[in-house]
Design a protein around this ligand. Sequence first.
Ligand code: GDP
Length: 530
Amino acid sequence: MSTSLPQELLKEIDKRRTFAIISHPDAGKTTLTEKLLLFGGAIRLAGTVKGRKANRHATSDWMEIEKQRGISVTSSVMQFDYEGHRINILDTPGHQDFSEDTYRTLTAADSAVMLIDSAKGVEAQTKKLFQVCRKRGIPIFTFINKLDREGRDPFELLEEIENLLGIRSYPMNWPIGSGKQFRGVYDREKTRLELFQGDDHEHHNISVREVSGYDDPLVKEVAGADYLYEQLQEQLALLEIAGDAFDYEKVWTGELTPVFFGSAINNFGVQTFLDNFLSLAPKPQPRSSSDGVVPPSEEKFSGYVFKIQANMNPAHRDRVAFLRIVSGKFERGMTVKHVRAGKDIKLAQPQQFLAQDRDIVDTAYPGDIIGLFDPGIFRIGDSLCQGSQRTFDELPVFSPEIFAKVSIKNALKQKQFLKGIDQLTEEGTIQVFKSIGFEDMILGVVGQLQFEVFEYRMKNEYGVDVLLQRLPFQFARWIVDEKVDPGKFRVNSQLVKDKSGNYVALFENEYALRTSTEKNPTAKFLETAP
Ligand code: GDP
């Protein structure tokens, strides 16, 4: 018996979970991702999880720069099935590979998993990514990793999460010891023990024992040392008295994060995490658009491009546009409206779900990400729809934090140079500013890698060698004032203009920013263009 589309659609939506893992490099994101994928047996991988080993790249054809560095330049998508669910993990690259794409990818996720190293606590990049998730109000789940190593006191970690990130926390389980003394976790809801079986990286390192509560004699037996047992009693009692209550509403709005303790490399606590996550995390959520809120269950297909990856295949100058499906069913070969271009386009043969072997996707549903071959027709934020002209809310732009003066080596290439800068700015790859008077061109980005990609693309796509000269600025603020006085932006700062002619002040440090704010009481200092 064939089911009608609405039923099929609802069923597929219910199954899906689309999330991103946010963390600071080295917290164990790659390890956690690999373990998660193993539970389902990944069915589709976009690229590799991460090119930690050079040979992993031998079979993929990511852009040259990526191969040279052995890293994954841009976020990729991984999909797997587990226990009746279809799970999409959006990878967010870390560290030097950090870029505006990293932020934008978060707009395609319906929830986030925040991964924290138990010895290090909340680190810089986690904080940045967290703030983007926070702004969207999506649910955030926390996994505190590396319990098999000496780490910080769990209460201290929770306090740090609350103080630095401003989110309340609810520990779903609680560690018994850490490092050499790590015995496992006590599951607060299921009142059971999950015991750590030691360093076995391949198998489920876990044995589960039901108990009547945390004062069960078995808990004492398991803890071994008296002090560990006493510590655990105290901590759990304290949590009950002083801790937050579990509140599903607050999880849903991103005000309370369920916290899990474990060790990814030992595959300890990963499955428990996954099971809980799947039952608590939202299915694909509606998105706001020019037509109002679009529910995923709307039968007409619609979606938006949240990222464009250039030169996936160096043999061709192709790009791939990543589209998040918001509503309806995607079918290969379907015709949709490219709203900005005002054209109908057929999502035919080359449209593929990005995969290691680049297999072609025939159908996809809300929450899924599809990779569209892009001969240069897409821009970040473009919407593709069936039977409507809707556009989705603009993707956020982020305040640049790294700046460089750009010039060309060969003045004869001025025309290509300007064209390249124009197109790459348009694409959202970089932000460009001009100094006042000298008309120097200044680029602003959020991650160093964006400069490297820029340099590479200018050479490969526009045939221009550029010179980048790092500038000492760290902050950009758009100045909104009746009369802007450049004289007031001289100390460790510089006044420039953006593409639309808005005044932007660049500051070397927080002190300079503060001084200028004080000197210009009538002006507004905005982090992004007004
Ligand atoms: P990423 O940079 O966040 O992707 O981190 P990786 O997954 O590459 O992990 C960074 C390092 O931490 C690697 O050496 C991992 O083997 C190690 N690691 C990951 N999870 C654990 C864990 O649970 N315990 C310990 N001791 N090490 C871990």
